[in-house]
Design a protein around this ligand. Structure first.
Ligand SMILES: Cc1ncc(COP(=O)(O)O)c(C=O)c1O
Length: 386
């Protein structure tokens, strides 16, 4: 069967490939330790599950949900933004609920990007920014994130012609995969740049609650003028262990939010209201829970960093998110090191080149397995010589 041309532009999704490799290894009886995918291993908190159970029994929530999200959820988002970032958000016009942040991230490209427009996207990156651009017929222009630039894009090297034809600038801090956290000065530079060039600037803040060593992640919406041009994407997946529930949201500039809503209204019919009410509970009551999760990841991060040092592998100390960006030993590529680890130890990691060409030479280790299992993974890796 012939597929639409736009699908030809999209390579297989990285994690679908990783999942297939895991299935193959499991079928061969390998005891796989999965450090490849950023899917929290701990359960959703009871108070969220309990809210879901009561809401699911209420027939009033069995009909179509509201397109933008129920007012309880949007109000909880607005309160969270005030409490956490000091930012005022109008729940009527500046928030939209999403079927997981991935859905909204992909759809904003469809709402704003035409054929042959540029989008400014990081490299390495969470792959959706580039894939969604490709599906719209736009052209992703990679902004390298390197050790030299502190894993923050250098706006001064983007050609004027590219800037002139760009519709969206997308960043993601705390960053997957490098673990970098941006500060408010950086966001201010992005917002000033976006206002000057009439570009919508988006930050993917899925890991806002996971920062270490005294660092606190700001919101791009704290920058002056941000509400005139910026959109921030948020996820409940990571902060409250809710990856399977599919709930997130976008907040920010009302014009961009209304275009995203229009796109969605024509494609999906909202999120089950019971899930939104459970999400409301998570946002209203989950601050302490997220803090506990942060300390769990910090312990794992510290253990993994110690083990990596002992192995003599070079890595970036992650100040945020729950990944470690590790340089592969000199005789390997991202792919050969990843394959060798799976074959010889049953440990799955994500190859850095899957995040963009500037990810070549790296792997990403996800801290989403229990402490003992993490140690076991390193015990196995220690048996290798490289
Ligand atoms: C940077 C980043 N943004 C967004 C997402 C998607 O999260 P959600 O489950 O809300 O779709 C992920 C998932 O791993 C991610 O790493």
């Amino acid at each position: 069967m012939k597929q639409a041309r736009r699908l030809d532009n999209a390579p297989p999704y990285l994690f679908v490939e990783i999942e297939a490799n895991i299935k193959k290894a499991l079928a061969q009886g390998v005891d796989v330790i999965n450090l490849g995918i950023g899917d929290p291993d701990m359960p959703t908190p009871d108070f969220v599950v309990d809210k879901m159970i009561s809401a699911v029994k209420d027939p009033k929530y069995h009909c179509y949900p509201e397109y933008s999200g129920c007012i309880e959820f949007r109000t909880a988002v607005s309160r969270y933004y005030k409490r956490r970032f000091g930012v005022t958000i109008d729940p009527e016009t500046e928030v939209v609920a999403l079927l997981g942040s991935k859905e909204g991230i992909a759809h904003i490209f469809f709402a704003l990007v035409n054929d042959c427009d540029f989008t400014l996207v990081p490299d390495p990156q969470y792959p959706v920014y580039q894939l969604a651009t490709a599906l719209t017929g736009g052209v992703p222009y990679p902004m390298p994130l390197t050790k030299e630039n502190g894993y923050l894009p250098d706006l001064s090297v983007i050609p004027q012609e590219v800037i002139r034809r760009s519709k969206i600038l997308f960043v993601n801090y705390p960053n997957n995969p490098t673990g970098t956290v941006a500060d408010l000065n950086f966001y201010q530079r992005l917002v000033d740049f976006a206002l000057e060039h009439d570009i919508v600037v988006c930050n993917d803040n899925a890991y806002s609650e996971f920062t270490y060593d005294g660092v606190i992640a700001p919101s791009i919406l704290q920058a002056k003028g941000a509400m005139e041009t910026a959109v921030e994407f948020h996820s409940l997946s990571k902060s409250y262990n809710m990856t399977g529930w599919r709930i997130g949201y976008a907040v920010g500039n009302k014009d961009a939010i209304s275009k995203l809503k229009k796109m969605k209204e024509n494609i999906d019919s909202g999120i089950f209201t019971a899930v939104q009410l459970a999400g409301t509970e998570a946002l209203n009551r989950g601050d302490e829970f997220a803090k506990t999760m942060r300390s769990v990841y910090k312990r794992r991060r510290d253990t993994a960093m110690e083990e990596l040092k002992n192995l003599g592998l070079e890595f970036e100390v992650p100040k945020g998110a729950f990944y470690i960006w590790v340089k592969v030993p000199p005789s390997f590529t991202s792919k050969t090191f990843t394959s060798m680890l799976l074959e010889k130890t049953g440990v799955v990691v994500a190859p850095g080149n899957g995040y963009g060409s500037f990810g070549e030479g790296y792997i990403r280790i996800s801290l989403t397995v229990g402490h003992e299992r993490l140690k076991e993974a390193f015990e196995r890796i220690k048996q290798l010589s490289f």
